[in-house]
Write a protein that binds this ligand. Structure first.
Ligand SMILES: NC(=O)c1ccc[n+]([C@@H]2O[C@H](COP(=O)([O-])OP(=O)(O)OC[C@H]3O[C@@H](n4cnc5c(N)ncnc54)[C@H](OP(=O)(O)O)[C@@H]3O)[C@@H](O)[C@H]2O)c1
Length: 337
């Protein structure tokens, strides 16, 4: 197997930096690495496991010779540059939402629908980080019992909004901390959010993403449409609510899953315990802090449904920068080689 020339596009961002770490930790046959970002970062020299690499300006970079391009620089950059990278011979694995719902582009959760990757025509899409986490639990259960519907509420960390989300949470927490009384009895001074609609410091925002159709956010529609595509269930019933929480890394989802045939909690536990990339926690409740920095998603609180028996209630949490983005992209690259 020959070593591959890999490029990370968006290499200076939250996901791009994690892609580099994941590649450094993996056995991926990487022969050479190129790092690309905006003109703001171009010229910066980065020390990597493959030697010093100078960050290039995506706008002017020549993609010739790249085998695999891991894109994570936002949808506009993907739309503008992914096709020219693919035309130059690279397989693009794209983290943005630009191509996810394109019927000619596979949408792949490694470990759930690997075979899809093989039908690519130059671009493969990485799902949204919340959908990815939920699919790691829903996929194996669907194969066993035929998923019919999901009611899913996400608890999404601020790093899901990129580096700026982390900055906003820390700044707001610092600004609000000196007057904790006001946070408990009223009279707090608005920390003037710039990224989010309402304060995220010491708070919960039941509105992740931006509003689109019928009052749902784009994050909520991603959960609906991407789940249907990944599991190949066009009529899957999904009721989504996406919530932003003051957590740095790790997206959790509380979900009610109903199936074509009744599924018991013990059977669900056994199925998930044998699924690749999943850990079932029974004695400790898995939290975002437990998921940060690890590859597996953690599933806990597996319970039978109460109102309409035969379904499963569960909690799944995963590192949004790793399995939710960078790790899955590298795993797709591994499927290709
Ligand atoms: N964060 C997550 O959990 C997550 C999960 C799944 C998917 N994603 C997707 O991954 C992408 C990146 O997310 P992120 O969280 O890493 O964001 P981020 O921390 O804000 O990083 C953005 C990256 O894009 C680059 N970039 C911005 N404008 C550019 C331009 N005009 N030309 C070239 N490069 C440009 C930035 O380079 P400079 O440093 O030079 O500005 C930086 O490397 C987004 O599409 C996001 O939706 C994120």
């Amino acid at each position: 197997m020959s070593d591959r020339a890999v490029a990370i596009v968006g290499a200076t961002g939250a996901v791009g930096l994690t892609m580099r770490s994941v590649l450094e930790e993996s056995d991926f046959p990487l022969g050479s690495l190129r790092l690309l970002a905006s003109e703001r970062s171009a010229g910066t020299v980065v020390d990597t496991s493959w030697g010093e690499v100078e960050v290039e300006d995506l706008a002017t970079a020549d993609p010739t010779g790249i085998d695999i391009a891991l894109f994570s620089a936002g949808g506009d950059r993907s739309r503008a540059h992914a096709p020219r990278f693919a035309q130059a011979g690279a397989v693009v694995i794209d983290n943005s939402s630009a191509f996810r719902m394109d019927p000619t582009v596979p949408l792949v959760v490694a470990g759930v629908n690997d075979a899809e990757a093989k039908r690519h025509q130059g671009i493969i899409a990485n799902p949204n980080c919340t959908t990815m986490t939920l699919m790691m639990a829903a996929g194996p259960l669907h194969r066993a019992a035929g998923l019919r519907s999901m009611i899913a509420t996400s608890y999404q960390s601020v790093s899901g909004s990129g580096h700026q989300g982390v900055v906003e949470l820390i700044e707001q927490t610092d600004r609000l901390r000196p007057d904790l009384d006001s946070l408990m009895t009223g009279g707090w001074v608005d920390p003037l959010p710039s990224l989010y609609a309402r304060p995220i410091g010491f708070n919960v925002l039941p509105f992740a993403g931006s509003e689109t159709e019928q009052g749902y956010t784009d994050e909520e529609w991603k959960l609906v449409n991407e789940s249907r595509k990944i599991l190949d269930i066009p009529d899957l019933l999904v009721e989504p609510t996406c919530v932003r929480v003051p957590v740095l890394v790790g997206h959790g989802v509380a979900a009610t899953l109903r199936f074509e045939r009744p599924l018991g909690a013990d059977e669900a536990r056994a199925i998930l315990a044998s699924a690749t990339g999943v850990q079932v926690w029974q004695d400790r409740v898995p939290t975002p802090l437990d998921s940060a920095g690890i590859d597996d998603v953690l599933v806990g609180r597996i319970r039978p449904t109460i109102g309409e028996p035969g379904g499963i209630n569960l909690w799944v949490v995963g590192d949004n920068l790793r399995k939710g983005a960078a790790l899955n992209a590298v795993q797709i690259a591994e499927l290709l080689v």
